[in-house]
Design a protein around this ligand. Sequence first.
Ligand SMILES: NC(=O)C1=CN([C@@H]2O[C@H](COP(=O)(O)OP(=O)(O)OC[C@H]3O[C@@H](n4cnc5c(N)ncnc54)[C@H](O)[C@@H]3O)[C@@H](O)[C@H]2O)C=CC1
Ligand SMILES: O=P(O)(O)OC[C@H]1O[C@](O)(CO)[C@@H](O)[C@@H]1O
Length: 390
Amino acid sequence: MKAVHFGAGNIGRGFIGHMLSASDYEVCFVARNPKKISMLQKRKEYPITLANRDQDTTIVNNVTAINVGEQDRVAEHIASADLITTAVGVSALEDIAEPIAKGIHLRMQQRNPAPLHIIACENAIGGSTRLKKRIYPLLDEQTRQKAERYVAFPNAAVDRIVPAQDHQDPLQVTVEPFYEWVVHRSALLDGFKKIKGVHYVDSLEPYIERKMFTVNTGHCVAAYFGYLEGFKTIRQVMSHKPLREKIRHVMEETGAMLIQKHGFDPQKHSRYIDTILERFANPNLTDQVTRVGRSPLRKLSPYDRLVRPAMQASEFGIAIPHLTSAMAAAMLFNYERDEEAMKLQHMIREDGVSAFIRERMGIPDAHPVHGQVVARYEDIKGRKEATILT
Ligand SMILES: NC(=O)C1=CN([C@@H]2O[C@H](COP(=O)(O)OP(=O)(O)OC[C@H]3O[C@@H](n4cnc5c(N)ncnc54)[C@H](O)[C@@H]3O)[C@@H](O)[C@H]2O)C=CC1
Ligand SMILES: O=P(O)(O)OC[C@H]1O[C@](O)(CO)[C@@H](O)[C@@H]1O
């Protein structure tokens, strides 16, 4: 069985490539970095190290790579593949739609009757559906009709912390031991080769919401609160007891919503939060707050990890003082090397906080969450300025 994976970055190599190879898929990375591509082509393997006490290392084999710019070669690989996966970042899905569309077109021309599954492994709700919406307009009507029968886009939730890193061997990647990959089973076509270790479910929403609004909410909140306090790494943030408590409170607020919406057992959910806090604090992993807080415009968008749980909690009448503080902290993330952070600061300077919350976060002026976020923003900003002045 053959898989084509877009993005040979941290999650691509450290999670998806590893899982696919362990399930006897031949994996071809479609990547951008010429040095990594050439090394993958020559070596056909790379090491991954677990961030545990013994730093256990395993070799991922049966892999190769091609450059995303070689569109004909990419199309040929897609025409004969069984599975396409992606880990390029949600915003880059639009960039890979065209090469995938060309591959599907060639595949249909070649009358390959085998099912093709396309799974976006990104931090987003409905990532594969979003990718499909980018690909379909690029297909002609006949190819689109065939794709409806032979190509499936199951949504998925992926969870494994893989920080940005630099090793002597550019292919090496250190990952946390924990992982969870959940795939929407009902969207699978007959003939799909199961990936070992993947959890297949008929209803994905409870899983993806639990993951996004606990792990991803908690993690980015650790980054934004930590950044405001001047911490560099998530480990430092987690060692600061008052901040760790604040992060837990945010996760308890999203948890109250998740428990009410999906009927999760409160005690089990509390243990889930504990496990996640321990994962953030992993002493064998160094993760920068600026990586975990990256792309704040995306993280503050209406369907992402901050606004979406806040709006749902509000509908259930759940108080969210900590979550609204976290949203305000995200709006104060002004890391100069993050393009989105700079854009965010520019927007707030130009149009004001209220317009940002309305236009970019999708929270109308009259909604109670709107006023709460404005108040928290002014409060945190005021306190920060007072600290700088004293
Ligand atoms: N790192 C983590 O802990 C986790 C990340 N994710 C998600 O996985 C995705 C990837 O994240 P990371 O691996 O951390 O980022 P990364 O920056 O390490 O990897 C992304 C890779 O995609 C490549 N890429 C971007 N555009 C491309 C294109 N058009 N064609 C081919 N390759 C392209 C980049 O060159 C890079 O190597 C994101 O959506 C992220 O939210 C999900 C769970 C955990
Ligand atoms: O690209 P994003 O959304 O910042 O994703 C990275 C986040 O996902 C996580 O892996 C959690 O699944 C964290 O490592 C990190 O905070």
